[in-house]
Design a protein around this ligand. Structure first.
Ligand SMILES: Nc1ncnc2c1ncn2[C@@H]1O[C@H](COP(=O)(O)OP(=O)(O)O)[C@@H](O)[C@H]1O
Ligand SMILES: [Mg+2]
Length: 399
C-alpha cells in the first residue's frame, strides 16, 4: 500500500489528542500507538484560550479533537488553534455524519475528519497528509514586541514609544502596530493627531469575539504606516476589564499580523506577565535625577521579577543633557543594575512643537530624530547590535 508522500513516514509523526470522552480518546490513542504515531499529550477537556495558546506553541503534526462531546466547544477550539498555528492540521473525530456540522467543521479550519470506529488506513493517510503539509508550511513567526514603561509620570514613555514606532514604520517600510496601554490617560492618539473611534477596551472585553477581522477595524491608521490601538478614555474602567485571556489573545493576534508591535505601557495599567515575557525589549524610560533613577531601578527590578527574566529589561535615559545634568556618571551607573541602552537628548522645542501639532519627529534631522531612527534601525536588525551595546551612561565606555 502506497500512501501519500513516500518520504514522509507516519512513524515520525506526533499528535495532540483532545477530548473529554475517555473511551473515544482511548480508542484513538490505541490506534495511533499501533501505527507508531507519538501521542505527545492527551487533554481531557476542551482547553481555555490560554491553554489553547500554550498548546499551539507545542511542536506536533496534527491535533485530533473530539467533535461529539460538545461540537460548539470543539469548533471554537479548532478556530482558535488554527488561527494560532496554521501549519498544524486540525482533525476532528466523530461518530456522526451530519453534513451541516461537517460544513461548520471545515469553516472552523479543520482539514480532516476521522470517522469512528477508526480505520487504520484512513487514520494513516490523514496523519501522513498532515505531516506532509506541515513540512511545506513556513514556520510560524511572530512579530517583535517593544514595551515602554514610564519610571515616573512625565519621564517620556509616550514620546519615545510614538516616535520609535513611526521611525520603525519608516525604517521597515511596513505597518507597525502601536498600542496605548494607558487606559483613561492615553496620549498617543493626540500625539499622532488621530481621532480613533475604538480602543483597547473594545478589543479585550470580549475575548471570544476577538479575531483579526474584528481587531483590524479597531486600529486607527496613521500616514506613517503606524496603526494605533488607542487607550479608552473612560476613567471609571477598572483593571478587571482587562482580563488576561483577552489581553493575551490581543497581543498574539497583533504579533501574528505585524512584524513589530510597540506598546506604551505607561505606569497605570500593568500588562500581564504572560504577555510581557514575550517582549523583545521591556524598557523603563527615565530622566536623570535621583528620584527618577530610583523609580527606574525599582520598576525594572519589579518587571524582571514578574517576567522571570532580566535579559529583555533595559533603561532608556530621556531628556539627557550632559552639560546640565547635576548627577555624575558614576552616581547614575551605581543606581542602575540594568543596561542604560539609549540616551535620548533633551529637545524641548522640537518635542513640544511636534506634540502640539500632532506631528512626529521622524523626517527631521535633529539629534533626537536621529536617535529614534537609530533605535528603529537596531530593532529592525539593520544596525549592528554592538552599536547600541557600547552605549553607556554619559558616554563612558564600560569594560
Ligand atoms: N526628549 C525630550 N525632550 C524634551 N521634552 C520631552 C522629551 N521627551 C518628553 N518630553 C516632554 O515631556 C513631557 C512628558 O512626556 P511624555 O512622553 O508624555 O511622558 P510619559 O508618557 O512618561 O508620562 C511632555 O510634555 C513631552 O513633550
Ligand atoms: Mg504617557
Amino acid at each position: 500500500m502506497e500512501i501519500g508522500t513516500p518520504d514522509i513516514s507516519v512513524q515520525s509523526a506526533s499528535v495532540l489528542l483532545i477530548g473529554p470522552d475517555r473511551t473515544r480518546r482511548g480508542a484513538l490513542t490505541h490506534a495511533l500507538r499501533r501505527l507508531g504515531v507519538e501521542v505527545k499529550q492527551e487533554v481531557a477537556e476542551y482547553p481555555s484560550y490560554t491553554r489553547t495558546a500554550a498548546l499551539a506553541g507545542d511542536e506536533c503534526d496534527a491535533v485530533l479533537i473530539d467533535l461529539d462531546a460538545d461540537p460548539q466547544a470543539a469548533l471554537l477550539f479548532v478556530e482558535t488553534y488554527c488561527a494560532l498555528n496554521k501549519p498544524v492540521t486540525a482533525m476532528l473525530y466523530t461518530q456522526n455524519g451530519d453534513p451541516e456540522l461537517l460544513v461548520k467543521c471545515m469553516r472552523a479550519g479543520a482539514r480532516e475528519l476521522i470517522y469512528l470506529p477508526v480505520e487504520d488506513e484512513a487514520l494513516t493517510e490523514a496523519i501522513v497528509r498532515a505531516a506532509a503539509r506541515r513540512e511545506t508550511q513556513a514556520p510560524r513567526r511572530l512579530g517583535k514586541m517593544h514595551v515602554f514603561h514610564s519610571a515616573k509620570g512625565g519621564a517620556g514613555a509616550s514620546t519615545v514609544a510614538v516616535n520609535f514606532a513611526v521611525a520603525l514604520a519608516h525604517e521597515t517600510k511596513a505597518e507597525v502596530a502601536l498600542v496605548d496601554w494607558n487606559g483613561g490617560f492615553g496620549d498617543l492618539a493626540v500625539l499622532l493627531n488621530l481621532s480613533p473611534r475604538f480602543s483597547v477596551l473594545d478589543a479585550v472585553r470580549s475575548p471570544e469575539r476577538l479575531d483579526w477581522d474584528f481587531l483590524s477595524t479597531l486600529l486607527a491608521p496613521h500616514s506613517s504606516g503606524v496603526r494605533l490601538l488607542a487607550a479608552h478614555d473612560q476613567l471609571s474602567v477598572t483593571n478587571g476589564e482587562h482580563r488576561a485571556e483577552g489581553v493575551e489573545k490581543l497581543f498574539l493576534l497583533l504579533r501574528e499580523k505585524f512584524a513589530h508591535v510597540v506598546v506604551d505601557a505607561g505606569r497605570t495599567f500593568a500588562l500581564p506577565a504572560s504577555v510581557l515575557k514575550h517582549a523583545e525589549s521591556v524598557s523603563v524610560v527615565t530622566q536623570v535625577d535621583v528620584p527618577s533613577l530610583r523609580h527606574a531601578q525599582r520598576y525594572a527590578t519589579f518587571l524582571s521579577e514578574e517576567i522571570e527574566r532580566r535579559d529583555s529589561v533595559q533603561i532608556i535615559i530621556n531628556r539627557f543633557d550632559a552639560r546640565n545634568s547635576g548627577i555624575t556618571a558614576t552616581e547614575a551607573e551605581r543606581a542602575l543594575t540594568f543596561p542604560a541602552k539609549w540616551r535620548i537628548p533633551n529637545d524641548y522645542g522640537n518635542v513640544t512643537g511636534a506634540a502640539n501639532a500632532g506631528l512626529c519627529l521622524a523626517g527631521q534631522s535633529s539629534p533626537i530624530a536621529k536617535m529614534f531612527r537609530r533605535m528603529a534601525e537596531t530593532a529592525s536588525g539593520k544596525a549592528p547590535k554592538a552599536v547600541s551595546k557600547s552605549w553607556t551612561l554619559f558616554g563612558l565606555k564600560k569594560g
